[in-house]
Design a protein around this ligand. Structure first.
Ligand code: FCB
Length: 454
């Protein structure tokens, strides 16, 4: 097994951990927060496994001071979290809820006090329900509302926050939420998915400008879930099938952002796209970004089937609790390919990690050798891609805590910290100590000077 070595990484490489608002915060009815599509969806019987909701989650809303101290003990340079739109604008636009802004303001200060760089994402799927009721991301006015929201948040936090991501995984929000119906808002229309994807991209492009206006020093980017697609064999049919899967998941987003156009093969197959694109949209979407966030959990082995591409199982591989194949080379190939084809200025691996069936044993600890080995081998792949020229600036483990894993509820544990939900006790798993020691072993790097707050 190839393991991660810290000396493969430059001293200023950013080591972090990632989370998202609805997955950890809880406090859904507090301090004026509005309803989000995930509150509505998880309260709908049959939608989330076990009837779980994010109503309490990890109670991060109340426990963030001690959680930030835990982050300091871990030794991370940066914390990736998302901002809950319905805390800031309970009905999506218009009246601002100052208490919502105050929460993130205090969180940012608490992080900076510990020398931890805040890495917020503006949208990690918890759309205000009021906007969903007006049509949600399939309609253009939601993209306009997103820009208003982005501007409000960036104006309040931009004196201290330097790194901004607009959206998290627009593919997932668009397709799983609008076509497959397995995530909020739970729609089942391909047309809605395609239109949502376009408006997510458009609102990203507009928000890049809005954040820069509010905060000229900002580094702004977007987070995509990307996965390398391998043909099951070298027949032209399988190669075409793999290319199609690559188009649906990767190029659909990468091409508009980096090239200002949708891929031609995709436009040929999907006439729903053209119906929603207006003049100037692609220029807006391709506004230059400072960094690309890459979330990676899977690779695809694709064969041609009678009804289109078919994903294949690898009988020799280890699979995680999510049913995702452990294949660290896939991350290497992805990073090298994205660099070759799109030449991003900087890449951050904004999520990577694994769910395994962790249990707390008699000694009170959580021994998770599979997760440690997963992280070791994937981080090793990141180091290889870096050595081969990919401009990777940082890596964030998904996740700091076990948390609300969307449609799977609390049944899947991704954390390097175990959360005992009934007591809210945090128990660092063995992988936490492994990651702490890995980060702690680097050459002493001068930390970036903390930004002084007024
Ligand atoms: C990603 C999401 C993240 C988490 C992981 C496991 O798709 O961005 O919130 O659920 O998967």
């Amino acid at each position: 097994m190839s393991t991660a070595r810290i000396d493969a990484f430059p001293a200023d490489f950013v080591w972090g951990a990632a989370t998202a608002s609805y997955q950890i915060e809880g406090a859904v009815h507090e301090d004026g927060r509005g309803e989000s599509v995930w509150d509505r969806f998880s309260a709908t019987p049959g939608k989330v496994r076990g009837g779980d909701t994010g109503a309490i989650a990890c109670d991060f809303y109340h426990r963030y001071p001690s959680d930030v101290r835990l982050m300091r003990d871990l030794g991370i340079d940066a914390f990736r979290f998302s901002i809950s739109w319905p805390r800031i604008l309970p009905t999506g636009r218009g009246a601002v809820n100052e208490k919502g802004l105050d929460f993130y303001d205090k969180l940012v200060d608490a992080l900076l006090e510990q020398g931890i760089e805040p890495f917020p994402t503006l949208f990690h799927w918890d759309l205000p329900q009021a906007l969903e009721d007006e049509g949600g991301f399939p309609v253009r006015s939601t993209a306009e509302a997103f820009v208003e929201y982005a501007e409000i948040v960036a104006s309040r936090l931009g004196d201290r926050v330097k790194f901004w991501m607009t959206h998290n995984e627009p593919w997932v929000y668009a397709w799983i939420g609008h076509s497959w119906g397995r995530h909020a808002p739970g729609r089942t229309s391909e047309r809605d998915a395609v239109h949502a994807a376009h408006h997510l991209l458009l609102s990203h492009g507009w928000a890049v400008d809005a954040v820069r206006r509010a905060c000229p020093e900002a580094q702004v980017g977007i987070v995509l879930n990307l996965a390398h697609a391998y043909p099951a064999s070298d027949t032209p049919e399988d190669e075409a099938a793999a290319y199609e899967v690559d188009g649906q998941g990767n190029r659909w987003f990468l091409d508009p952002i980096f090239r200002g156009s949708y891929p031609a093969d995709l436009l040929e197959r999907n006439e729903l796209v053209a119906a929603v694109v207006q003049d100037g949209d692609l220029e807006a979407i391709s506004a230059p970004i400072d960094m690309l966030g890459v979330n990676n959990y899977v690779r695809f082995i694709v064969g041609a089937g009678p009804e289109g591409p078919r994903l294949q199982h690898n009988p020799e591989a280890q699979y995680t609790e999510m049913g995702w194949e452990v294949y660290p080379d896939g991350l290497y190939e992805l990073l090298v390919r994205v660099t070759r084809d799109y030449d991003p200025k900087a890449i951050y691996v904004t999520e990577n990690g694994a769910a395994f069936g962790d249990v707390r044993v008699h000694d009170g600890a959580v021994h998770d050798p599979e997760r440690t080995s997963y992280l070791q081998t994937y981080i090793h792949s990141v180091g290889r891609a870096l050595a081969d020229g990919a401009p990777i600036k940082g890596y964030f483990v998904w996740s700091l805590f076990d948390n609300f894993e969307w449609g799977e509820g609390y049944s899947k544990r991704f954390g390097i910290v175990y959360v005992d939900y009934p007591t809210q006790e945090r128990v660092p798993k063995d992988s936490f100590y492994w990651y702490r020691d890995l980060i702690g072993g680097r050459r002493e790097a001068p930390k970036p000077a903390p930004v002084v707050t007024g």
